[in-house]
Design a protein around this ligand. Structure first.
Ligand SMILES: N[C@@H](CCC(=O)N[C@@H](CS)C(=O)NCC(=O)O)C(=O)O
Length: 346
């Protein structure tokens, strides 16, 4: 049983032990963030990813972790330590991801995890930013002839346990007075195999992962169809432990910096040409004035390093998600009609 589910006294003891443990990792002259101090001592950012999802986090043929979630980790490392090579990827599962963050095994979690009240209220964790606005979808075989979710009364659905998907499907079926049978399989390869071999009528998870899984089937993608219904909101966010506000700020503002760079047309390729910019916003973003990095407990070049080494938000999207054939839609920045809106860096 995870510590957060035990009786309150155990929760208190575990919480104090964790706090003392993290505090003792801190520098003598700490930054005010136990996580940041531990990262500096270690020289690495430990980032929890899935490591199994194309477009989000999957090693390439050279063993390099690729994807939107992986690049989210790299961006935080660039801001914090100035060098993306100092990112250590830690593979987590849908079931152990929260314990990995609670126990300090990772400094942040960037693993297609939906921001919900239950998770933020109950786990001692919080969401610093949304890196993908998603929703629950259904993947079916075209041969089944199903065209809409409402036609799936009585269906058998493959879903990973411990996910918000499980709850979203239950809610949808309850609301529509329909019946379903869950087939709960934790392992991603196993669940996808179960769906392909016909053990379930549909495979359900975040629509993004269904789209990238379908894409990864190559010519066989044509046999599969993503139903048009998106039955829930799944804002996928990057999580940190509660009660380390400085670290929370660093993670949150790293994403804001990437949005701001996109808004200003600053990319990894052209960032150096902006170093004599007269635009006060750009000057503060790139650390030329204003001590914005210092305010976060970082070097003033924090955002420059993010942009130079990882890119702006559009570059991260285009590198990882565009090749999967998924349009940016609501994941665009606000000036292009999307939801990614950046508060001012000033
Ligand atoms: N967003 C949902 C679903 C998360 C989830 O199940 N993600 C899948 C698809 S993106 C995944 O990571 N699978 C890979 C694995 O389990 O190795 C949640 O937070 O519970």
């Amino acid at each position: 049983m995870p510590w957060f589910n035990r009786r309150p006294v155990c929760r208190l003891v575990a919480g104090v032990t964790l706090a003392v443990g993290l505090a003792s990792m801190a520098h003598a002259q700490g930054s005010g963030s136990a996580t940041l101090d531990a990262i500096r001592t270690r020289g690495q950012v430990l980032c929890g990813i899935a490591g199994t999802v194309p477009g989000f986090s999957l090693p390439d043929s050279q063993g390099v972790m690729r994807g939107l979630d992986a690049d989210s980790c790299r961006a935080v490392t660039a801001a914090t330590l100035g060098d993306i090579a100092k990112t250590k990827f830690v593979v987590t599962t849908t079931q152990n991801r929260f314990t990995a963050l609670q126990s300090g095994e990772v400094d942040l979690l960037s693993r297609s995890t939906t921001w919900t009240l239950g998770r933020e209220g109950n786990l001692g964790l919080e969401f610093a930013w949304v890196n993908y606005y998603d929703g629950t979808g259904f993947l079916v075989k075209k041969s089944a002839g199903v065209k809409a979710a409402k036609e799936m009364d009585g269906a058998t659905i493959c879903v990973q346990p411990g996910t918000s998907t499980e709850l979203a499907i239950a809610d949808y079926y309850r609301l529509n007075n329909m019946k379903w049978t869950p087939i709960l399989i934790a392992d991603i390869t196993e669940i996808q195999g179960a769906f392909l071999s016909g053990r379930c009528d549909a495979y359900s998870t975040d629509a993004s992962a269904l789209a990238t899984f379908r894409f990864s089937q190559g010519p066989k993608a044509d046999d599969l169809m993503l139903l048009p219904d998106i039955i829930s909101k799944e804002p996928l966010g990057v999580m940190v432990r509660k009660a380390d506000d400085k670290w929370f700020d660093i993670v949150r503002w790293t994403f804001i910096a990437m949005i701001n760079a996109e808004e200003k047309g600053i990319t990894s390729q052209n960032v150096d040409t902006f170093m004599d910019s007269k635009d006060p916003d750009i000057r503060r973003l790139l650390g030329l004035e204003g001590d914005m990095g210092k305010a976060l407990g970082l070097d003033n070049k924090w955002a420059y390093n993010v942009i130079k080494q990882v890119g702006n938000l559009a570059e991260v999207w285009d590198r990882n998600i565009t090749p999967m054939g998924v349009p940016r839609g609501i994941n665009n920045i606000w000036t292009k009609g999307g939801l990614q809106y950046d508060p001012p860096i000033r």
